[in-house]
Design a protein around this ligand. Structure first.
Ligand code: P6P
Length: 291
């Protein structure tokens, strides 16, 4: 596979990618009501696929794969990257939190753009972003060390904050996994902070991380006793969300290091995820180190 970014101005390609994502977002959102059923398929991570997952993946692959300068399309729904010629690699969670569709709770789309062959690590990340299907359709984009937030109206991008920064004072915490499955160190961390902050966990990483970006705090999907690498996927969730939080002045960790420094060896590898204010990441890392 030749270098994915040969002969393409990546700033222009990034503009095209995020404009395309914004154009597509209303169509994905409008497709949700008719696709709340589970399909009889599982994704490469072994999770049951909703009809909506498959449809969003199809729309995104066709639109993003058709951009001049996008060479590879990869997603949580595809076992292998799909070849689209020359250019950057896009890696998506097409419908993050799709299990929230049934209870009509928020969900979204996460995208990472890598300047390199997949699997790729944080060093190869060019940009990241997510679309949040909440009461308002919003999109955040992390590029060149800065995080912007936009409202997406009829597929148009209306920037409402061109330098999103995580509040200095943490307020909320959210964490995945079943309590009995937490490791001792993580359970001790939660014991320590639970009377200091408000619990905000909704089962969709996009919405839960957006709570931390808005109010300050920490989101964790930790290493579990039953799953030492946790649940979330490095390429499609861990790395893009780590870059997003770090561009907003927050910190990411897999328990010991920035998620952007985790070595990528497999497209669907999982990674423990801790994202938020530096003081809280330091505290969770200290408890995990004591295990
Ligand atoms: P649980 C959604 O399936 C997801 O990948 C993330 O969006 C979310 O943070 C997590 O899994 C929710 O997992 O175990 O709470 O259902």
């Amino acid at each position: 596979m030749s270098s994915p970014t040969a002969d393409h101005d990546s700033a222009e390609v990034l503009d095209d990618i995020f404009e395309t994502l914004a154009e597509l977002a209303p169509e994905i959102r409008d497709s949700l009501p008719g696709r709340r059923t589970k399909s009889d398929e599982v994704n490469p991570s072994g999770e049951t696929r909703m009809e909506a997952d498959a449809y969003a993946d199809e729309l995104l692959e066709e639109a993003l794969g058709g951009i001049d300068g996008v060479g590879w399309y990869a997603s949580e729904e595809q076992a292998e990257p799909i070849d689209h010629g020359e250019g950057v690699s896009v890696a998506l969670d097409p419908l993050d939190g799709s299990s929230n569709l049934k209870p009509n709770s928020p969900m979204g789309t996460i995208i990472a753009v890598y300047d390199g062959e997949l699997p790729a690590g944080g060093d190869d990340l060019l940009a990241a972003g997510f679309v949040l299907f909440g009461p308002i359709l919003t999109m955040v984009v992390a590029r060149d060390g800065r995080l912007t937030e936009s409202v997406v109206e009829n597929g148009e991008i209306d920037v409402i904050d061109d330098d999103v920064t995580i509040p200095e004072e943490p307020t909320v915490y959210g964490m995945g996994g079943r309590v009995p499955d937490w490791t001792e160190g993580f359970a001790a961390f939660i014991d320590e902070i639970e009377d200091e902050y408000k619990l905000r966990y909704g089962g969709s990483m996009v919405a839960d991380v957006n709570q931390v970006l808005t109010y300050g705090g920490i989101f964790s999907y930790p290493a579990l006793q039953s799953a030492p690498n946790g649940k979330l996927r490095l390429a499609f969730e861990g790395i893009p969300m780590a870059y997003i939080i770090e561009c907003a002045g927050g910190v990411s960790s897999d328990g010991t290091q920035s998620i952007l420094d985790v070595e990528a060896t497999d497209l669907h590898q999982r990674v423990p995820v801790h994202l938020g204010n530096e003081e809280l990441i330091d505290r969770v890392e200290a408890h995990l180190a004591d295990e």
